[in-house]
Design a binder for this molecule. Structure first.
Ligand code: HAM
Length: 405
């Protein structure tokens, strides 16, 4: 019997892993420069952590969570995102308080039971940051600059930063009513999903990909028209900061996020190189979440980048660059033993090297060296070994010289 990887998951194969290491390394480097520290949390959490934070009426909680009862009767959920777990861990370990800034980042797998398609998986990876402690719009600007600079460092082009303000919870309550009121008049023209959404989570209608819903949404009221003075001022300051730092952005009035904890600034970075699932990064402010999860009213903002989508964009840019510095081809048992000795000495110097353990002919070993893109091949024959000699072949120039072992 043969097994396949579960639907919506995929193996990251050796030929792809170089790209993964590249983005992980780039993120670690840049997050460090911005004074973020890494945090790693469990893959599963108490289900309630997600229902309370992401929101009962969101798609994620309603239909996408991998939830199970463990043998002790607890309801657990494979994390669909990492913001709530980071808040939980930060509170539990006293990492955050009202009078200091705490900057955390993470890299790891998330799980959502979505319909798999290009750029959408059931196990996917996020690279994200969460900055706690400041309400200042300049913190929003810094977080967005960080995301943009991360993509720049990987030479990712054709990205667009979209921003919006979804307002504080009070603004949202007013805005939701306005949207409901507006769209109710066109209820029968909405898709069946949105007809339900309109009652339970009206803002999600703005984000519907169905053409008929999008058309209706064009004429819908905009969240920024219902912002209180403070939220309005905050948005203006964010825009001013982005302009000052020459970060290109578009104000996108239709931008709402799929998680309920957002307040104020919301943003997404989309790529024209991706298909329907074009958001490569999503984030925003969540000033109430820490308090909702049992902490002090500590404001926060963060984002998460979808690693699979980023890899897709980088696809043609990241060829595996691994090659061998040295391959040792041998004839006879004594030569093979000597080869292992030399390999270990060279590896200790940090050279990438290998030999054949399959008892192949010299000709076949040279083929292997070629396939492994070895820069040099050391050929140790029985006769040469007796004299303490071997041949060193430069695979690029094909020149061979006799050397002393
Ligand atoms: P999100 O928008 O749900 O936000 O996800 C962030 C990114 O994860 C998306 O832009 C996308 O690139 C990637 N992503 C999401 N779902 C999938 C999927 N099924 N397959 C592949 N990639 C996917 C959050 O998760 C928030 N926690 C972000 C955040 C951090 N907000 C504040 N701090």
């Amino acid at each position: 019997m043969k097994f396949s990887s579960p639907r919506g998951t995929k193996d990251i194969l050796p030929k792809e892993v170089f790209a993964w290491q590249k983005i992980e390394k780039a993120s670690q480097e840049i997050f460090k420069i911005y004074n973020y520290q890494e945090i790693r949390t469990p893959i599963f959490e108490a289900t309630e952590l997600f229902t309370r934070s992401i929101g009962q009426e969101t798609d994620i909680v309603n239909k996408e969570m991998y939830t199970f009862i463990d043998r002790g009767g607890r309801s657990l959920t494979l994390r669909p995102e990492e913001t709530a777990p980071v808040v939980r861990a930060a509170l539990e370990n006293n990492l955050i308080s009202l009078d200091k800034i705490t900057k955390l980042y993470y890299i790891g797998p998330m799980f959502r039971y979505e319909r798999p398609q290009a750029g959408r998986f059931r196990q996917f990876h996020q690279i994200g940051v969460e900055a706690f402690g400041s309400k200042d719009a300049l913190m929003d600007v810094e977080v967005m600059i960080l995301a943009v600079q991360f993509f720049n460092s990987l030479k990712v082009e054709n990205l667009e930063l979209n921003i919006n303000s979804v307002g504080c919870k009070k603004d949202q309550a007013i805005y939701k009513e306005k949207i409901k009121h507006h769209l109710k008049e066109h209820l029968s023209h909405l898709c069946s999903n949105c007809q339900v959404r309109l009652e339970k989570n009206p803002l999600r209608v703005l984000d519907c990909k169905e053409e008929k819903c999008q058309k209706l949404v064009q004429s819908a009221p905009r969240s920024i028209d219902f912002l209180c003075q403070e939220c309005n001022h905050h948005l203006k300051k964010v825009e001013h900061g982005l302009k000052q730092m020459k970060i290109k952005y578009s104000l996108n009035h239709r931008l709402v996020r799929g998680l309920d904890y957002y307040t104020g600034t919301a943003f997404e970075i989309v790529s024209s190189k991706l298909g329907a699932q074009n958001a490569v990064c999503g984030g925003g402010r969540y000033d109430n979440l820490v308090e909702e999860l049992g902490g002090k009213p500590i404001p926060a903002i963060g984002f998460a980048i979808g690693a699979e989508r980023l890899i897709e964009i980088l696809k043609n840019q990241t060829e595996q660059a691994v090659s061998l510095d040295l391959f040792i081809a041998t004839v006879g048992e004594a030569a093979q033993e000597k080869a292992l000795e030399i390999l270990q000495a060279k590896r200790a110097q940090g050279l990438v090297c290998d030999m054949d353990y399959l008892g192949k002919s010299l000709k076949a070993q040279m083929k292997t060296a070629d396939r492994l893109k070895a820069k040099k091949v050391l050929i140790i024959g029985e006769e040469e070994l007796k004299k303490g000699k071997a041949f060193l072949k430069d695979m690029e120039t094909s020149q061979q010289e006799e050397i002393s072992l």
